[in-house]
Design a protein around this ligand. Sequence first.
Ligand code: KG4
Ligand code: ZN
Length: 339
Amino acid sequence: MTALPTVLGIETSCDETGVGIVRGSELLADALASSVDEHARFGGVVPEVASRAHLEAMVPTMHRALDAAGLTLDDIDAIAVTAGPGLAGALLVGVAAAKAYAVSVGKPLYGVNHLSAHVAVDRLVHGDLPQPCVALLVSGGHSSLLLVQDVAGELTSLGATVDDAAGEAFDKVARVLGLPFPGGPYIDKAAAEGDPSAIDFPRGVVRDAPYSFTFSGLKTAVARWVEARERAGEPVPIADVAASFQEAVADVLTARAVAACREHGVGTLVVGGGVAANSRLRALAEQRCDAAGLTLRTPPPKLCTDNGAMVAALGSLLVERGAEPSALDFAADSSMALT
Ligand code: KG4
Ligand code: ZN
């Protein structure tokens, strides 16, 4: 093995088939195939459709990643794969593929946690993470605030959504507004023309859980507001609704993330997940972190959404510290715990 391990990461927990290759903390390749278009007409990810798409995309995506890095499987020192949490059938495809590749080339295999990988990817851009830090992970499938004592080991959940994930709320509100799926980027774009203070949408709080989130009340409030307009025969100001909704989401996410950093005496906030691509969330996080004297680390949008590089980034940390590989009979775990 060279001084810095070359690790290949496989991600299939939702609708993206990702294969990334990392050497140490250097990104060598990040190949992606997405089935998002196949889910568009259903307004959400259909698990069986996602699993089948992973099956079809797995081998071509692997070849693209190896070609991009100019490597063959024999050059890879270890393979890492998302073992959970995620869609059971989708995870199964990646885990089965990773086992087959690992066995065929006789390389160690690491089953890793998807949320930890979302945090670990930032080391490819900004270098090793100061630890402890707080991570805000917001996507279509999860919304969590984590205390990261050790990204390759101990993470503690400070709070999570009790209903919709933040991205799910974006997708559902987009549907109400007649915007395409996935709705986040369309809301972001529409909001740029709107007034974020036009409508005072609710900021949901979860009783006795200061770092948890609830978005179902907000989503319902937007739907009711739009329905009332339509009933009155008045046009719906899509840009204002989008901007006001986006403001409510960005407000609660950033306020709670900054409060969590303060309470835990942590100086760095990492924001990841697909919703971290949101322009208002990024701007407000920056503004509030600056005001609180916190360092904000946000990977570029391409590394915020699901991808194989994040799995490789976590895998290479595990290899570097000499962690024991997973036994080959480990199972995909759709509700995998954090440790
Ligand atoms: O992390 P990701 O690619 O997949 C998982 O869900 O795990 O995140 C996708 C989610 C979708 O809900 C999408 O609407 C949202 O991220 N998203 C955004 C933006 N770009 C993607 N939400 C708000 N603003 C954006 N610019
Ligand atoms: Zn994700």
